[in-house]
Design a protein around this ligand. Structure first.
Ligand SMILES: Cc1ncc(COP(=O)(O)O)c(C=O)c1O
Length: 316
Protein backbone atom coordinates (compact mmCIF):
# COMPACT_ATOMS: atom_id res chain seq x y z
CA UNK A 1 0.00 0.00 0.00
CA UNK A 2 2.64 2.54 1.10
CA UNK A 3 4.95 1.33 -1.65
CA UNK A 4 2.16 1.87 -4.16
CA UNK A 5 1.73 5.44 -2.94
CA UNK A 6 5.43 6.17 -3.42
CA UNK A 7 5.49 4.57 -6.87
CA UNK A 8 2.43 6.55 -7.86
CA UNK A 9 3.87 9.84 -6.52
CA UNK A 10 7.23 9.19 -8.23
CA UNK A 11 5.53 8.55 -11.56
CA UNK A 12 3.97 12.04 -11.41
CA UNK A 13 7.33 13.77 -10.84
CA UNK A 14 9.26 15.17 -13.80
CA UNK A 15 8.56 15.35 -17.52
CA UNK A 16 7.56 18.97 -16.95
CA UNK A 17 7.08 21.31 -19.94
CA UNK A 18 9.96 23.32 -21.40
CA UNK A 19 8.49 26.49 -22.89
CA UNK A 20 10.03 29.06 -25.23
CA UNK A 21 9.35 32.49 -23.76
CA UNK A 22 7.50 34.85 -26.05
CA UNK A 23 6.63 37.85 -23.89
CA UNK A 24 7.52 41.37 -25.08
CA UNK A 25 11.00 41.40 -23.53
CA UNK A 26 11.97 37.91 -24.65
CA UNK A 27 10.37 37.58 -28.06
CA UNK A 28 13.61 38.49 -29.89
CA UNK A 29 15.68 36.20 -27.67
CA UNK A 30 15.94 32.43 -27.39
CA UNK A 31 15.06 31.69 -23.79
CA UNK A 32 13.56 28.34 -22.71
CA UNK A 33 12.18 27.70 -19.23
CA UNK A 34 11.45 24.39 -17.51
CA UNK A 35 8.14 24.80 -15.65
CA UNK A 36 8.48 22.89 -12.40
CA UNK A 37 5.18 23.78 -10.74
CA UNK A 38 3.78 20.85 -12.75
CA UNK A 39 5.29 18.48 -10.15
CA UNK A 40 2.85 16.98 -7.59
CA UNK A 41 3.52 19.40 -4.70
CA UNK A 42 4.17 22.32 -7.03
CA UNK A 43 7.94 22.60 -7.15
CA UNK A 44 11.23 21.25 -8.43
CA UNK A 45 12.03 19.88 -4.98
CA UNK A 46 9.78 16.86 -5.58
CA UNK A 47 12.63 15.54 -7.72
CA UNK A 48 15.21 15.64 -4.93
CA UNK A 49 12.60 14.38 -2.45
CA UNK A 50 11.81 11.19 -4.35
CA UNK A 51 15.50 10.56 -5.01
CA UNK A 52 16.43 10.89 -1.34
CA UNK A 53 13.39 9.01 -0.01
CA UNK A 54 13.97 6.16 -2.46
CA UNK A 55 17.53 5.95 -1.07
CA UNK A 56 16.10 5.96 2.47
CA UNK A 57 13.64 3.15 1.60
CA UNK A 58 16.51 1.12 0.10
CA UNK A 59 18.81 1.50 3.09
CA UNK A 60 16.47 2.34 5.98
CA UNK A 61 18.43 0.28 8.53
CA UNK A 62 15.29 0.05 10.64
CA UNK A 63 15.09 3.82 11.09
CA UNK A 64 11.46 4.97 10.96
CA UNK A 65 11.91 8.70 11.52
CA UNK A 66 13.11 11.11 8.81
CA UNK A 67 14.93 14.34 9.70
CA UNK A 68 15.54 17.16 7.25
CA UNK A 69 15.69 20.96 6.99
CA UNK A 70 14.23 23.12 4.25
CA UNK A 71 13.73 26.61 2.89
CA UNK A 72 10.13 25.62 2.12
CA UNK A 73 9.54 23.58 -1.01
CA UNK A 74 11.38 20.43 0.03
CA UNK A 75 9.45 20.49 3.31
CA UNK A 76 6.18 20.27 1.38
CA UNK A 77 7.39 17.26 -0.61
CA UNK A 78 8.89 15.40 2.37
CA UNK A 79 5.94 16.23 4.66
CA UNK A 80 3.40 14.89 2.18
CA UNK A 81 5.35 11.75 1.29
CA UNK A 82 6.12 10.86 4.94
CA UNK A 83 2.48 11.37 5.89
CA UNK A 84 1.29 8.91 3.25
CA UNK A 85 4.07 6.39 3.96
CA UNK A 86 3.42 6.55 7.70
CA UNK A 87 6.99 7.70 8.40
CA UNK A 88 7.51 10.08 11.33
CA UNK A 89 9.13 13.30 10.26
CA UNK A 90 10.98 16.22 11.86
CA UNK A 91 11.71 19.30 9.74
CA UNK A 92 13.92 22.24 10.72
CA UNK A 93 12.84 25.53 9.16
CA UNK A 94 13.52 29.23 9.53
CA UNK A 95 11.12 31.25 11.68
CA UNK A 96 10.58 33.36 8.53
CA UNK A 97 8.71 30.46 6.85
CA UNK A 98 5.25 31.34 5.60
CA UNK A 99 2.16 30.47 7.64
CA UNK A 100 0.66 28.59 4.72
CA UNK A 101 3.62 26.17 4.78
CA UNK A 102 3.59 25.76 8.57
CA UNK A 103 -0.13 25.00 8.49
CA UNK A 104 0.26 22.44 5.72
CA UNK A 105 3.10 20.67 7.56
CA UNK A 106 1.10 20.68 10.75
CA UNK A 107 -1.73 18.94 8.90
CA UNK A 108 0.76 16.27 7.83
CA UNK A 109 1.69 15.69 11.47
CA UNK A 110 5.26 16.93 10.95
CA UNK A 111 7.28 17.92 14.01
CA UNK A 112 8.56 21.42 13.18
CA UNK A 113 11.67 22.98 14.73
CA UNK A 114 12.09 26.69 14.02
CA UNK A 115 15.40 28.59 13.98
CA UNK A 116 15.36 32.36 14.37
CA UNK A 117 15.43 33.91 10.89
CA UNK A 118 18.07 36.49 11.89
CA UNK A 119 20.60 33.62 12.11
CA UNK A 120 20.28 32.82 8.39
CA UNK A 121 19.86 29.49 6.61
CA UNK A 122 23.22 28.03 7.65
CA UNK A 123 21.96 27.98 11.23
CA UNK A 124 18.94 25.95 10.07
CA UNK A 125 21.31 23.32 8.64
CA UNK A 126 23.42 23.37 11.83
CA UNK A 127 20.32 22.81 13.96
CA UNK A 128 19.36 19.77 11.90
CA UNK A 129 22.91 18.42 12.26
CA UNK A 130 22.75 18.95 16.01
CA UNK A 131 19.48 16.96 16.20
CA UNK A 132 20.94 14.24 13.98
CA UNK A 133 23.94 13.86 16.31
CA UNK A 134 21.63 13.46 19.31
CA UNK A 135 18.91 11.31 17.75
CA UNK A 136 20.81 8.38 16.32
CA UNK A 137 17.58 6.59 15.39
CA UNK A 138 16.62 9.41 12.98
CA UNK A 139 17.50 9.10 9.28
CA UNK A 140 18.93 12.48 8.21
CA UNK A 141 18.43 13.19 4.50
CA UNK A 142 20.97 16.06 4.46
CA UNK A 143 20.11 17.42 1.01
CA UNK A 144 23.29 19.54 0.66
CA UNK A 145 25.44 16.36 0.71
CA UNK A 146 23.00 13.71 -0.52
CA UNK A 147 24.10 12.38 -3.91
CA UNK A 148 20.51 11.32 -4.69
CA UNK A 149 19.64 15.05 -4.82
CA UNK A 150 22.11 15.99 -7.57
CA UNK A 151 21.50 12.67 -9.35
CA UNK A 152 17.79 13.49 -9.69
CA UNK A 153 18.82 16.53 -11.76
CA UNK A 154 21.46 14.75 -13.84
CA UNK A 155 19.17 11.86 -14.75
CA UNK A 156 15.85 13.72 -14.57
CA UNK A 157 15.80 17.49 -15.15
CA UNK A 158 19.00 17.53 -17.26
CA UNK A 159 18.17 14.65 -19.58
CA UNK A 160 14.59 15.89 -20.01
CA UNK A 161 15.88 19.32 -21.09
CA UNK A 162 18.28 17.76 -23.60
CA UNK A 163 15.53 15.74 -25.24
CA UNK A 164 13.06 18.67 -25.18
CA UNK A 165 15.60 20.91 -26.98
CA UNK A 166 15.22 18.61 -30.04
CA UNK A 167 18.89 18.69 -31.01
CA UNK A 168 19.25 22.47 -30.68
CA UNK A 169 22.46 23.44 -28.84
CA UNK A 170 22.18 24.71 -25.27
CA UNK A 171 24.52 27.70 -25.15
CA UNK A 172 23.88 28.66 -21.53
CA UNK A 173 22.26 27.15 -18.45
CA UNK A 174 21.01 29.75 -15.96
CA UNK A 175 19.80 28.74 -12.48
CA UNK A 176 19.68 29.65 -8.81
CA UNK A 177 21.19 27.48 -6.10
CA UNK A 178 19.97 26.36 -2.73
CA UNK A 179 21.94 23.12 -2.48
CA UNK A 180 23.21 23.60 -6.04
CA UNK A 181 21.70 20.22 -6.98
CA UNK A 182 19.64 21.73 -9.80
CA UNK A 183 22.40 24.05 -11.04
CA UNK A 184 25.21 21.49 -11.11
CA UNK A 185 23.14 18.39 -11.87
CA UNK A 186 21.63 19.86 -15.03
CA UNK A 187 24.99 21.38 -15.99
CA UNK A 188 26.72 17.98 -15.76
CA UNK A 189 24.09 16.39 -18.02
CA UNK A 190 24.04 19.25 -20.53
CA UNK A 191 27.85 19.45 -20.77
CA UNK A 192 27.82 15.96 -22.25
CA UNK A 193 25.48 17.29 -24.95
CA UNK A 194 26.81 20.82 -25.63
CA UNK A 195 30.39 20.74 -24.38
CA UNK A 196 30.90 24.52 -24.33
CA UNK A 197 27.63 25.34 -22.50
CA UNK A 198 28.05 28.40 -20.25
CA UNK A 199 27.13 28.11 -16.57
CA UNK A 200 25.33 31.07 -14.97
CA UNK A 201 24.57 31.17 -11.26
CA UNK A 202 21.75 33.38 -9.94
CA UNK A 203 21.71 34.37 -6.26
CA UNK A 204 19.98 36.78 -3.87
CA UNK A 205 21.66 40.19 -3.66
CA UNK A 206 21.08 40.10 0.11
CA UNK A 207 23.55 37.18 0.50
CA UNK A 208 25.27 35.97 -2.69
CA UNK A 209 27.14 32.67 -3.10
CA UNK A 210 30.47 32.65 -1.27
CA UNK A 211 29.81 36.01 0.41
CA UNK A 212 32.11 36.87 3.32
CA UNK A 213 29.30 38.84 5.03
CA UNK A 214 27.72 37.28 8.11
CA UNK A 215 24.27 35.71 7.58
CA UNK A 216 21.35 38.12 7.89
CA UNK A 217 17.61 37.96 8.39
CA UNK A 218 16.77 39.97 5.26
CA UNK A 219 13.99 38.66 3.06
CA UNK A 220 15.44 36.89 0.02
CA UNK A 221 13.97 35.26 -3.03
CA UNK A 222 12.96 31.63 -2.44
CA UNK A 223 15.02 28.51 -2.06
CA UNK A 224 18.41 30.02 -2.79
CA UNK A 225 21.28 31.96 -1.27
CA UNK A 226 24.76 32.02 0.15
CA UNK A 227 25.69 30.76 3.61
CA UNK A 228 27.73 33.82 4.64
CA UNK A 229 31.22 33.99 6.21
CA UNK A 230 32.77 32.62 3.01
CA UNK A 231 31.14 29.21 3.39
CA UNK A 232 30.12 27.46 0.18
CA UNK A 233 27.68 24.78 -0.96
CA UNK A 234 29.32 21.36 -1.31
CA UNK A 235 27.89 20.69 -4.80
CA UNK A 236 29.43 23.92 -6.07
CA UNK A 237 32.61 24.60 -4.17
CA UNK A 238 34.97 22.25 -6.01
CA UNK A 239 33.71 23.35 -9.40
CA UNK A 240 32.79 26.98 -8.94
CA UNK A 241 35.62 28.02 -11.28
CA UNK A 242 33.28 26.73 -14.03
CA UNK A 243 30.75 29.49 -13.32
CA UNK A 244 30.88 32.08 -16.10
CA UNK A 245 29.03 34.69 -14.06
CA UNK A 246 27.05 35.13 -10.84
CA UNK A 247 23.95 37.34 -11.21
CA UNK A 248 22.42 38.90 -8.09
CA UNK A 249 18.86 40.17 -7.57
CA UNK A 250 17.06 41.56 -4.56
CA UNK A 251 13.77 40.20 -3.21
CA UNK A 252 12.10 43.39 -4.48
CA UNK A 253 13.57 42.95 -8.01
CA UNK A 254 11.99 39.49 -8.18
CA UNK A 255 8.56 40.69 -6.96
CA UNK A 256 8.45 43.28 -9.76
CA UNK A 257 9.45 40.63 -12.29
CA UNK A 258 6.73 38.23 -11.06
CA UNK A 259 4.15 40.99 -11.55
CA UNK A 260 5.47 41.96 -14.99
CA UNK A 261 5.60 38.38 -16.28
CA UNK A 262 2.15 37.60 -14.93
CA UNK A 263 0.56 40.71 -16.44
CA UNK A 264 2.07 39.91 -19.86
CA UNK A 265 1.57 36.15 -19.99
CA UNK A 266 -1.00 35.19 -17.33
CA UNK A 267 1.59 32.71 -16.01
CA UNK A 268 2.40 32.76 -12.30
CA UNK A 269 6.06 32.25 -11.44
CA UNK A 270 7.72 32.42 -8.01
CA UNK A 271 10.56 34.65 -6.84
CA UNK A 272 13.42 32.30 -7.77
CA UNK A 273 11.91 31.79 -11.23
CA UNK A 274 11.72 35.58 -11.58
CA UNK A 275 15.39 35.92 -10.57
CA UNK A 276 16.38 33.28 -13.14
CA UNK A 277 14.33 35.08 -15.77
CA UNK A 278 15.96 38.45 -15.00
CA UNK A 279 19.41 36.89 -15.47
CA UNK A 280 18.40 34.97 -18.61
CA UNK A 281 17.06 38.18 -20.21
CA UNK A 282 20.17 40.20 -19.39
CA UNK A 283 22.38 37.45 -20.78
CA UNK A 284 20.14 37.10 -23.84
CA UNK A 285 20.38 40.82 -24.60
CA UNK A 286 24.18 40.56 -24.47
CA UNK A 287 24.41 37.44 -26.66
CA UNK A 288 21.60 37.89 -29.20
CA UNK A 289 18.92 35.77 -30.82
CA UNK A 290 21.04 32.82 -31.91
CA UNK A 291 22.21 32.05 -28.38
CA UNK A 292 19.97 29.44 -26.76
CA UNK A 293 19.52 30.02 -23.04
CA UNK A 294 17.80 27.43 -20.85
CA UNK A 295 16.59 28.27 -17.38
CA UNK A 296 14.19 26.87 -14.81
CA UNK A 297 11.05 28.13 -13.09
CA UNK A 298 11.25 26.17 -9.78
CA UNK A 299 7.72 27.05 -8.63
CA UNK A 300 4.74 29.36 -9.16
CA UNK A 301 5.22 31.38 -5.96
CA UNK A 302 3.74 31.05 -2.48
CA UNK A 303 0.66 32.82 -1.11
CA UNK A 304 3.02 35.04 0.91
CA UNK A 305 5.14 35.99 -2.12
CA UNK A 306 2.05 36.98 -4.11
CA UNK A 307 0.80 39.05 -1.15
CA UNK A 308 4.19 40.81 -1.13
CA UNK A 309 3.76 41.52 -4.86
CA UNK A 310 0.36 43.11 -4.16
CA UNK A 311 1.73 45.19 -1.27
CA UNK A 312 4.66 46.43 -3.36
CA UNK A 313 2.43 47.43 -6.28
CA UNK A 314 -0.08 49.16 -3.99
CA UNK A 315 2.74 51.26 -2.46
CA UNK A 316 3.86 52.56 -5.87
C1 LIG B 1 11.87 27.96 -5.24
C2 LIG B 1 13.21 27.32 -5.30
N1 LIG B 1 14.09 27.73 -6.22
C3 LIG B 1 15.31 27.16 -6.34
C4 LIG B 1 15.71 26.17 -5.52
C5 LIG B 1 17.10 25.58 -5.66
O1 LIG B 1 17.18 24.22 -5.57
P1 LIG B 1 18.51 23.41 -5.32
O2 LIG B 1 18.49 22.94 -3.92
O3 LIG B 1 18.46 22.28 -6.29
O4 LIG B 1 19.71 24.29 -5.54
C6 LIG B 1 14.83 25.77 -4.53
C7 LIG B 1 15.20 24.81 -3.51
O5 LIG B 1 14.57 24.71 -2.43
C8 LIG B 1 13.56 26.36 -4.43
O6 LIG B 1 12.67 25.98 -3.47
Amino acid sequence: MTFNYFEEFSRKVGNTPLIKLKCQETKNLSIYAKCEWHNPTGSIKDRAAIGMIKKYLDETNGKTHILEYSGGNLAKSIGQICYHLGIECTLVLSSGSGNSLLKELDNYGVEIVLVDKSEGFYAVIEKALEISNKKLDYYFLFQHYNHANILSHIEGTGHEIISQMNEKPINAWVASAGTGGTLMGVYKAVKEYTSDVELHLVMPKELPYGSEQPPNGLKKYAGSGGFGLGRKQYFLEKEDYLINKQWNYSYEDTLYEMARFYSETGIKIGTSAAANLLAAKQLGREKGKDFNIVTVFPDAGTIEEWLDVETLLSEK
